[in-house]
Write a protein that binds this ligand. Structure first.
Ligand code: OAD
Length: 274
């Protein structure tokens, strides 16, 4: 567990920040029951990222690629965990920091929408958001309600189980322009979303939080470097180690759902004392 002095150091930096920005990864959602990618037993430990990580299942179908057998298990498992997931105390603490007027924005690699559910309104989703469709024709984005996504997901799993390619093609929604829509998530080899805004936020920050990411995937993993070179203080919280050791000013090993609410509580106390 994180020492009191590190919690204090992090809280003091955050309480004094003018432009606090958070950068998050799968670890932040682990305590909501969503598996991470690279921990033991994580998604890329059990599924082949080269087979399943490159774009979503719809675009594979439209490209006429073979759908891997493991896709059904992967899709149904992801939908099951997402349907049960709710913001955990780590997400809620970030929402609280925005309401307190301290947190400027969240840049996330997560597609699970949990930062928005926790009340954050300035969220930059560099790997997309599964609760959204994107038109492959005109680029329009269409929000999906929880009901819409999980109903679509159940149909998708049923068709995958039957190997019904024609059914899968007809399941794809059509945009008003006639274009085909796919889930708005970024796969390996695809361009990330809103990276210029993310870089701008990182460069503007004076305190930059790195929460629950292994920093293995670029270009997102460059963001701490941008923040550091613009003069920000960096705070990292990760359950298994310090992945940005050479950049960070305060590195805390611990779960974000446990450590971060304690830090935010202390920030509140410090601000009340002022
Ligand atoms: P990873 O699975 O690579 O890393 C998650 C990190 O969170 C690990 O370093 C864990 O130690 C840490 N962790 C686990 N539980 C935690 C907890 N409760 N509190 C704090 N930390 C915890 O996930 P990402 O870094 O998000 O991209 O992966 C980046 C990208 O790789 C993903 O967005 C995804 C994936 O392939 C695409 O699909 C394009």
């Amino acid at each position: 567990m994180a020492g009191k002095d590190l919690i204090e150091e992090a809280a003091r930096l955050i309480a004094g920040a003018k432009n606090l920005v958070a950068f998050t990864g799968a670890g932040v959602s682990a305590e909501s029951g969503i598996p991470t990618f690279r921990d033991p037993g994580g998604l890329w430990d059990r599924f082949d990222p080269y087979e399943l990580g490159g774009g979503d299942i719809f675009s594979s179908i439209f490209r006429g690629s073979k759908i891997p057998a493991s896709a059904t298990t992967f899709v149904s498992e992801m939908l099951e965990v997402l349907e049960k997931a709710h913001p955990n105390p780590g997400h809620l603490a970030l929402g609280e920091l925005e309401r307190m007027g301290i947190l400027r924005s969240v840049i996330t690699q997560n597609i699970d929408n949990l930062h928005r559910e926790a009340g954050n309104t300035r969220v930059i989703e560099v790997h997309g958001n599964i609760f959204r469709l994107a038109c492959l024709g005109c680029g329009s984005k269409i929000g999906l309600s929880r009901e819409d996504l999980f109903e679509l997901g159940r149909k998708l799993v049923g068709l995958l189980q039957k190997g019904d390619l024609q059914g899968l093609i007809s399941l794809a929604s059509r945009c008003w322009c006639g274009g085909i829509c796919r889930l708005d998530v970024v796969g390996f080899g695809e361009p990330v979303q809103d990276m210029p805004q993310a870089v701008q936020e990182a460069r503007r920050s004076d305190v930059f939080l790195i929460l629950g990411t292994s920093g293995a995937v670029y270009p997102a993993a460059y963001l701490p470097e941008y923040a550091k070179s613009a003069g920000a203080k960096l705070i990292e919280i990760n359950a298994t180690g310090c992945y940005f050791q050479e950049l960070v000013d305060v590195g805390i090993i611990g779960k974000t759902g446990e450590v971060f609410p304690r830090i935010v509580e202390r920030v509140r106390e410090l601000l009340e004392m002022d």
